[in-house]
Design a protein. Sequence first.
Length: 615
Amino acid sequence: MKQAKKTSGIKHALIAMSVSIALAGCAGTSTENQGASQIAAENMAQQAEAAKIQDLTENYFNESMAMNPVYSTFLGETKYNDQFDEPITEAAFAKRLAFEKKYLAAVNKIDPSKLSGQDLLSYEVFKRDLDVNIRGFELPEHLMPISQFGGMHSYFPMLGSGSSAQPFNTAQDYRNFMKRSVGFSAYMDSVITIMQEGIKRGVVHPKPIVEKLIPQLSVHVVDDVTESVFYGPVAALENNDNISETEKAKIKSEYIAVIKQVIIPAYEKVSNFVKGEYLDNARDTVGLSALPNGKKWYEYRIETNTTLPLTAEEIHQYGKQEVARILSEMHTVKETVGFEGDLAAFFEFLRTDDQFYFDSKQDIIDGYTEVKEKINARLPKLFEVFPKADYVVKPVEAFREESEAGASYMPPSPDGSRPGIFYINTRDLKGQPKFSLETLSIHEAAPGHHFQIAIQQEVESLPKFRKFGGYTVFSEGWALYAESLGKELGLFTDPYMWYGRLSDEQLRAMRLVVDTGLHAFGWSREQAIAYMLENSSMAESDVVAEVERYISIGGQALAYKIGQRHIRMLRNKAAKALGDDFDIRKFHTEVLIDGALPMPILEAKIDRWIEKQKS
């Protein structure tokens, strides 16, 4: 890091010297030459300011990776593969706040009027993010570091399974993970301590969330080490040609000892705490508004997840309007297929009739793989830029499927060595209806998440903090917007497939109502479940999982529909402004090519693009 700063200083000194030389050479020249020299000086000043923001964001990213070694591994950075994140303490909390403030002070010294293109976008994004991050430290988010929907307790076994981002190719790779495991144990000790502090301050999870967290911890407390997900790399040793037989025996012995003496005890300790002391103190309320400073907390969640100045009331009412609109379209589908009965009966028919469900787990994977080829062939109609990386369809691993969503996406490795992964949870066959094939594939893969994230990673001009950063409102808003392109791609010709599209959009519309209901308007868990069952054909088990997700990570579910609405608004604005000159493929390129952006910054960028297209 010191070397990076030194290089940055030399760069700035050389630029300043060039400016001085250019100005000195102007003495005694004509007015015309003086004008040219002034332009040259201005260009030099702009280059100097651009260098500042480039260096600043690069240094921020590098320091962030060192402070977050687990995340670093998921991004494909191998430098910190033997390290774990620092234990959660008030001192560590203060250290991270000081880190953010240091960079905000530095970015405030940059003159944005001298920036353009990527540098201006980086400045706008960086300054905005730092400001939002710093305000977040006023809220006690760190007192609830794990839940059923995320935390190191669930990320660590992904790495330790041997089938994710942590490499297990060499003897050193195995040693790296053994050392990392010691750090994991220390981190989980701090999880207990900080959650005990949460109990003292009245900042705890609701009981339903805690009850779902317990099995995620206890599943790793096993008597037979071969039944542990962490045994995967040991089992893989047998077919590893990079390690000698002598070394294999040594690694196997040491690795099993780490699983038995470090990893399992760490999970056992946290599991006992959560199902004992923490569950006893878990709250009966479910909304953020019930917590100390809860109203402000939820307002912050709205801001961070939508990047827009919206109120809970605005979002709640918009959600209700959309739910009513989509119900009307569902009624039209019911009439089209000739179903006799009301909409509630139609929903029950779709939930229960075997014709809408697969016979086996493999049939689900095969179905999505087939749809992948169908969609890929049609994408050139609406897109001119495509990701180099491919994606594959895989079932969710057994150790995750109990609490994992119905579908999810994992980006390709930045170096292209691993494709993107479209995960399907095949645990419950009734949770994967056939009529969701097209819309879910569009959303999670192409042209949804896979397109957006893979392209972002592959754009060489993006600074790393943007290449590997993101905004839920952009990524999920884009994926839901992508679903709306289905008919333009010649999909959804079957009325049930179109119903699948409506069903998915209805889920996102209901989220606006339910999330705000839970966290701003005092809704109960049962009230939220009843609302979703009444307005959709979703299975009750899926509805319960959805509602508990909104309870656990309030605000996140708002991003989908709000992002879709904003991107669609920008498309309509561009089409109206450009008329016959509007090219949908170029618009999509403009939205995606600079990576994920907060909605106001994306809007300003599209406005500049519209003006450029006019000229």
